[in-house]
Design a protein around this ligand. Structure first.
Ligand SMILES: Nc1nc2c(ncn2[C@@H]2O[C@H](COP(=O)(O)OP(=O)(O)OP(=O)(O)O)[C@@H](O)[C@H]2O)c(=O)[nH]1
Length: 304
């Protein structure tokens, strides 16, 4: 079957009907042409950009980004794919109609085999991938979050431990690990039910949020065991923080008003050391310190 022969009028109509906007951009960042993307639920009307340069309508940092991506696509010659975010208000002079929220785009950028107005040029298809991007973000957050407490889960903590151990190995940036565990949670569960045990676990997560800094990473490691990574913190400062968490946990647990129960936590503390070959070494020391805190009577902090 031979392909149909379109008139130039029909070809123009096809280009105008392209669902996603397509830009012809020159190496210097000039909008040579804009086609398609006319559905204002997904895109702003970009037809007013033709003849302007990216630097005329975007701030310098974003301009540098787009020029860099155009150069990469021209250099590679093949299809170059890039993700970025842009809102209508980022682009000077765009008409108001169109989405209000920032849009996540997938740019599919292809070098053209001919020059446009004496310059190398690319064809840039900008697809609105906001719903997909939001879903991916939500799924990633869910996969890294403990559902009961909303804290980081073991998986996220492991990634953070690895990253901070690499920083320590390279630059000796200190970091401390606290492992803590609710004392006699089994007794609380047995006596008052699992939901009451859950309230104690959730209350401890609240203490972590209140007492730790925003760049600390508290995580529920499993069951009633929590681990917190304290970057840029030496053993001495971490010891004081651990005592504060222990005391505050005791106060907050008492406020839960569980009859006949005086809940507490035990804490083990360790820091990365030059002889460590992996973060597991420090984690194991913190675990051993926690074990000693339990053995010595609970409701205390033990430094490894
Ligand atoms: N309510 C509740 N209990 C949990 C959860 N996960 C684990 N547990 C219980 O927590 C208890 C933890 O027991 P252990 O750490 O061995 O001992 P413990 O009773 O806390 O006593 P310690 O020696 O002081 O640690 C077990 O009974 C678990 O069933 C949870 O998500 N919710």
């Amino acid at each position: 079957m031979t392909s149909p022969c379109f008139s130039s009028q029909q070809l123009s109509a096809i280009l105008a009907a392209l669902p996603d906007p397509v830009f012809i951009l020159t190496r210097s960042g000039r909008y040579a042409a804009v086609f398609g993307g006319s559905d204002l639920r997904y895109y702003h009307d970009g037809s007013g950009l033709v003849g302007l340069a990216i630097g005329d309508v975007l701030e310098p940092e974003k301009t540098a980004f787009f020029l860099g991506e155009i150069a990469t696509a021209l250099h590679g010659g093949g299809l170059h794919i890039v993700e970025y975010t842009l809102s209508g208000s980022d682009v000077k002079g765009l008409k108001k109609e169109g989405p209000d929220e920032p849009i996540w785009f997938e740019g599919r950028v292809q070098a053209l085999a001919f020059q446009v107005d004496g310059e190398d040029a690319v064809l840039w298809v900008a697809s609105n991938i906001t719903p997909r991007h939001e879903l991916e973000t939500r799924l990633r957050e869910q996969s890294e979050t403990d559902p009961l407490t909303g804290l980081a889960n073991r998986r996220k903590l492991m990634t953070a431990l690895q990253q901070h151990f690499e920083l320590f190995s390279r630059y000796r940036t200190p970091a401390t690990i606290l492992t803590f565990d609710i004392d006699h949670l089994k007794h609380i569960n047995d006596r008052h039910g699992h939901l009451t045990g859950d309230r104690v676990i959730t209350a401890l997560a609240g203490v972590c949020r209140d007492e730790l800094r925003c760049n600390d990473i508290p995580a529920r490691f499993g069951g009633d065991e929590f681990v917190a990574l304290l970057p840029q913190t030496d053993r001495q400062s971490a010891g004081a923080i651990a005592q504060r968490i222990r005391q505050q946990a005791q106060r907050v647990f008492a406020q839960l008003g569980i009859p006949g129960v005086e809940a507490t936590i035990s804490i083990g503390l360790s820091e990365f050391e030059p002889a460590d070959t992996a973060f597991d070494n420090a984690l194991e020391r913190a675990d051993n310190a926690l074990y000693r805190a339990k053995e010595q009577g609970r409701n205390q902090v033990v430094l490894s």
